[in-house]
Design a protein around this ligand. Structure first.
Ligand code: M6R
Length: 595
């Protein structure tokens, strides 16, 4: 949550800051701001609760100064204090000598604020990050050196941070990280620090990830050198996505583009993993011991993908598999021989990272399934599977979901084959079925684009939606309901269809929309009849005869994956009809780095 950028460049810094902030906006868009050094030696701070275009206009419209080549920027997802201009980053100290941007949470902010106030500091906001400014202010008075001051100030902080601090007098920039992602890069355009390589991918492929406790000065002579507590040399990594993969390419929005990219993305996963699934090599390449049960942890969409992977493992291999919401999984009992599968597209979700820490006490084998092989999750796991979805900009997960499902299924099939629980020909048949998924997703998209928009329009006034399914269809109903609520701001809940009569049926009245994920389970017909008897409006997605039919292996052990495409299109069309931004739903962010 929150994106930060800092740069010391050969051309005006704002030209880089604005590009980077646009690419970081997916991390939060409650407000955005920059602090930039002027050629006259001051630092100008410009912030807005509007989007980046407004910031751009405010910067270009500024008069009386010329902006120089060093600056910091921030795009905010509000934690402490509402989304106001005053609460927008960068923040400053009492003297205005330093400006600071922060991503993370200062857990002892309240105590520090009290102590600093008693010693005479004046706070301009209720934001936790501001305490850092005042702490650094005090330390700077003592040492006179920004790097030492930041190191000393951070010693009093409990919590997580990625920060960039700009000193007005010297123009020095110091960055630091602990529990929040931050990387630095030296490029021919200058030196950068950013929350995510996507922010600076236009200028470099190579970057260095800061470790916990690192404090670094961003300067020509020292970028990339750790001055933090870890005392190790950070590793230079390479960005795997090339420039140009993150444009709209003629689509109306990123969600539309990413829905359309699903067949290609799944093909990429299968091209990469396919040859090594049935022969067990994929599993062996991970270097993990055989397991006798699976525990999946994740949040939101990633957890829904995890549910699909659990279904597959139980059905095909008879292996016990359970899944739990990462934020509630701390006290869970880890049984001997368990494999923990942590799923996170960003690899930076705090709830997932904390769940891993709690499991490390009993030390199960830890496999990460992520779209970011450079992420904190990837670095902390024993083995990593890249879900290869490519950059996903829309906050609502689409292509990362199908890629997580297919990559996770591939690994589990390979594990079963490697451990003798699945014969070679059965494994080959499953791989053949997996290879048909891209075409099935593509055809589901073509059909849904014709049939779904009028349905979405017709349902625009419905205050709430119920999604039902049975067996392997349930994770897709969960994902469809999640998409609908996050994009259209309408209530949407999913239930196993058999549960309707145990309570939720009371919600059905004339016209209540009930979306059925139809995987051809024969018992669904009765549940549909129960809804219709009470006037509910059935929208079924799946087998032949459905409102939106899809072609595919609906009874595959990974369930009716093709049905997710019409459900994504339903959520998008409803949101567009209601006038909402489908790429940046309210209150959400793509990378959730707070608990
Ligand atoms: O990065 P992660 O996969 O760990 O994120 C977990 C959830 O926040 C995420 O899946 C969220 O539910 C989706 N963006 C919703 O579309």
């Amino acid at each position: 949550m929150c994106g930060i950028i800092a740069c010391r460049t050969h051309a005006p810094a704002v030209d880089y800051l604005l590009v980077a902030l646009r690419r970081l906006e997916y991390r939060g868009y409650d407000s955005v701001g920059v602090a930039v050094k002027t050629t006259g030696g001051q630092v100008v701070r410009i912030r807005t609760v509007e989007r980046i275009d407004a910031l751009d206009r405010a910067i270009r419209g500024g008069t009386g100064y010329e902006l120089d080549r060093v600056g910091i920027g921030h795009t905010r997802w509000a934690t402490h204090g509402p989304a106001t201009e005053a609460n927008a980053h960068p923040h400053t100290d009492c003297t205005g000598r330093i400006s600071l941007v922060h991503n993370g949470i200062i857990e002892n902010a309240h105590e520090l604020r009290q102590a600093l106030s008693i010693s005479g500091h004046h706070f301009a906001t209720g934001v936790d990050s501001e305490v850092l400014c005042h702490l650094i202010e005090d330390c700077l008075t003592i040492s006179g050196d920004l790097l030492c001051a930041v190191q000393a100030a951070l010693a009093s902080i409990e919590g997580s941070w990625a920060i960039a601090v700009l000193e007005e007098r010297t123009g020095r920039v110091v960055v630091a990280a602990n529990g929040s992602p931050l990387l630095v890069a030296r490029t021919e355009h200058g030196d950068f620090a950013a929350s995510d390589i996507a922010a600076i991918a236009e200028w470099t492929d190579d970057f260095t990830v800061l470790g916990d406790g690192d404090v670094i000065e961003l300067s020509v002579s020292s970028a990339g050198q750790s001055a933090g507590k870890n005392g190790r040399k950070p590793v230079v990594r390479q960005c795997i996505w090339r420039n140009g993969e993150d444009g709209l390419n003629g689509h109306a929005d990123f969600m539309a583009k990413e829905i359309d990219e699903q067949p290609t993305a799944v093909s990429r996963v299968l091209d990469e993993l396919g040859p090594n699934i049935a022969n067990g090599r994929l599993w062996h390449s991970l270097g993990l011991a055989p397991f006798n049960r699976l525990q999946v942890i994740g949040c939101g969409t990633s957890l829904n993908a995890g549910q699909v992977i659990c279904n597959l493992l139980r059905r095909v291999g008879g292996v016990p598999a359970s899944f739990s919401v990462a934020s509630e999984s701390a006290g869970e009992i880890v049984e001997p021989g368990a494999l923990c599968l942590a799923i996170s597209q960003s690899g930076e979700t705090s709830d997932v990272l904390n769940a891993i820490v709690s499991r490390r006490a009993v030390d199960p084998a830890m496999l990460a399934l992520t779209n970011n092989p450079h992420s904190t999750l990837a670095r902390r796991a024993d083995a990593v599977v890249n879900c290869l979805a490519g950059p996903e900009i829309g906050v609502a997960a689409t292509k990362t979901f199908v890629c997580q499902v297919v990559a996770g299924v591939a690994v589990m099939v390979s594990a079963l084959a490697a451990n003798g629980c699945l014969g070679r020909s059965a494994a080959n048949r499953l791989v053949d079925d997996l290879r048909r998924i891209p075409a099935q997703l593509s055809s589901a998209g073509t059909v849904a684009k014709c049939l779904v928009p009028p349905i979405a329009e017709e349902l625009a006034d419905a205050p709430g939606f119920i999604f039902i399914a049975r067996g392997t269809g349930i994770p897709y109903a969960a994902e469809g309901a999640l998409k609908l609520k996050e994009l259209s701001y309408r209530w949407a809940e999913h239930y196993p269809a058999g549960e309707l009569k145990h309570g939720p049926l009371a919600l059905i009245s004339s016209g209540t929309p009930v979306v059925v994920v139809d995987n051809a389970d024969s018992k669904l017909a009765n549940n549909i009849a129960e809804v219709q008897a009470r006037g509910g409006r059935i929208i079924s997605v799946g087998s032949l005869g459905s409102t939106v039919p899809v072609t595919g292996e609906l009874s595959a052990p990974w369930g009716p994956i093709e049905t997710i495409v019409p459900l994504q299109i339903l959520a998008r069309n409803l949101a567009l009809f209601l006038g909402f931004d489908v790429d940046k739903p309210r209150n959400l962010a793509k990378s959730v780095t707070v608990e």
